[in-house]
Ligand binder design. Structure first.
Ligand code: BES
Ligand code: ZN
Length: 466
């Protein structure tokens, strides 16, 4: 979180106008040390506007952006257009992968029952439209179904004892047209069928309360007709995309021939608008591209938004694997912004795959110290697009707030939980760090910080582990 004395530093800078080459010192606040806010920082941070980031998050988070779906294509188009509006040439890098695309439509209605039903799908659920008499089929075990004919029926099955997949397959074998599985405990079922199978019939999950209400109705002798509708689910080859905007060095003669990658993933999980995960990182990447477009630099900067992160870091892995050997040598830093704007998450941390500091953490610790009077702590963490860079030997770090917000991967990861203050803070820290490395005559980062900072980060991170 930004410390209040930063605004004092900014205010004094603005009040005195041009400030030559010397550092600007913030006034002391509490026990914090005086921190120099460098002239070069100012060239970047004064242009960063959290409103722009917020507005782009609002646009992107209108729907989930699952990789391989039309919603991802729309996001990719939007991101490309934004980069282009700042004056960038943009490359779209498509890639294929084999996987499951979740449905865009999941519906359940039961004629004869007027309670509310909120069906969820299982990963690997098949698409289809099934209607028939609702029949209770217990736990859906083979032995329970021996004497049942489920032909054309919708089987209502309770969770427990055997896998979701076996319940669906057992009912399908007995002729069921569709399956409804209800929970055996409170809360939603967030289930998977474990893998693709041609024998599946459309299956949905409902809560324990919903399932028991249906069962009570059936037990009282009512005839219920259920309709299950699932559209858009697919297993097979899919295409997702990375979006790449490149800023070449301003002056070819002074080109360091190095590359900095600033990135975030634009895809989300199914059912989550992904405002924080990771429209926040995508929109912050866009804002940094906008601001850095107009400053002189001697190092190439690539702004990249990755697809299919949520399916296993597929886009970033593809990007790194497809760098030529020469290019891989040229990439000296990856700044990965993932979940950088939640009002309900903790403080900013820098996570590296090996838990050790590197060029990226050192630059960001230095910039955060200049900006906020204290270096952002670092710790160990994977789970995002910095991983393939780190595995290729490229200094990389994840910028994230820890502990995470409770809305992570839920329908509640929406724009109303986004903090403009957090966005501004992260964008300034990353913008100043990137510019420190990319500006002319950069001397690189200062020596690393002591162990206290790391211990803090470890503590934060432990709280964040799922
Ligand atoms: N943004 C998350 C990663 C994350 C969340 C890191 C909370 C630290 C704290 C990312 O989008 C994600 O969900 N990653 C997956 C792993 C990936 C390999 C599919 C995860 O962590 O489950
Ligand atoms: Zn994420």
């Amino acid at each position: 979180m930004k410390k209040p004395f930063l605004s004092i530093a900014l205010a004094s800078t603005l009040a005195f106008g041009a400030i030559g080459t010397q550092a600007v010192f913030a006034q002391q606040a509490g026990t914090e040390q005086e921190q120099p806010l460098k002239v070069f920082d100012h060239k970047v941070i004064k242009h960063i506007n959290a409103e722009n980031i917020y507005n782009n998050i609002a646009y992107l988070s209108k729907t989930p952006r699952v990789a391989g779906t039309e919603a991802e294509d729309n996001a990719v188009k939007y991101i490309k257009e934004q980069f282009e509006s700042y004056g960038y040439e943009v490359e779209i890098q498509p890639f294929q992968y084999y996987g499951y695309t979740p449905p865009h439509t999941v519906q359940l209605s039961v004629a004869g029952y007027d309670g509310e039903l909120k069906p969820a799908s299982f990963t690997y659920t098949v698409s289809g439209n099934a209607s028939g008499d609702l029949v209770y089929a217990g736990l859906g075990k083979k032995e329970e179904l021996t004497n049942m004919d489920l032909t054309g029926k919708i089987a209502l099955i309770k969770r427990g004892d055997i896998s979701f997949a076996d319940k669906v397959l057992n009912a399908a074998e007995k002729g069921a047209a569709g399956v409804i599985i209800f929970n055996n405990t409170s809360g939603d079922v967030n289930g998977t069928l474990g893998g693709a199978n041609d024998q599946y019939v459309p299956a949905v999950a409902i809560t324990q309360a919903e399932g028991e209400a249906l069962l009570t109705k059936l037990n009282s002798g009512s005839k219920l007709t259920a309709s299950v509708k699932i559209e858009g689910a697919r297993t097979g080859e899919s295409t997702s995309h990375n979006v790449i905007a490149t800023k070449k060095p301003t002056n070819k003669q002074k080109d360091t021939n190095k590359v900095i990658v600033v990135g975030a993933h634009h895809d989300s999980v199914a059912g989550a608008p992904g405002a924080n995960d990771d429209a926040s990182g995508t929109a912050t990447t866009l804002e940094l591209a906008r601001v850095l477009k107009n400053v002189p630099t001697d190092t190439e900067i690539r702004f990249v938004t990755f697809g299919a992160e949520e399916l296993g870091l597929i886009g970033s892995t593809y990007y790194v694997n497809n760098l030529s050997d020469e290019d891989k040598e040229r990439v000296i830093a990856n700044f990965n912004l993932d979940m950088v704007g939640s009002r309900d998450a903790g403080d900013l941390v820098l996570l590296t795959l090996d838990g050790k500091p590197n060029l990226v953490t050192e630059l960001a610790q230095a910039s955060s110290e200049r900006l906020n009077g204290a270096p952002t702590p670092y710790g160990q963490g994977g789970r995002s697009d910095h991983v393939p860079f780190a595995e290729a030997g490229i200094p990389a770090a994840l910028f994230i707030h820890s502990p995470s917000e409770p809305w992570y991967h839920t329908p509640e990861d929406s724009i109303d939980k986004i903090s403009k203050e957090k966005l501004q803070d992260v964008a300034e820290i990353v913008g100043a760090a990137v510019y420190d490395l990319a500006r002319f005559d950069s001397m690189g980062p200062k020596p690393k910080k002591g162990p206290k900072v790391k211990a803090d980060a470890d503590m934060y991170f432990e709280q964040a582990v799922r």
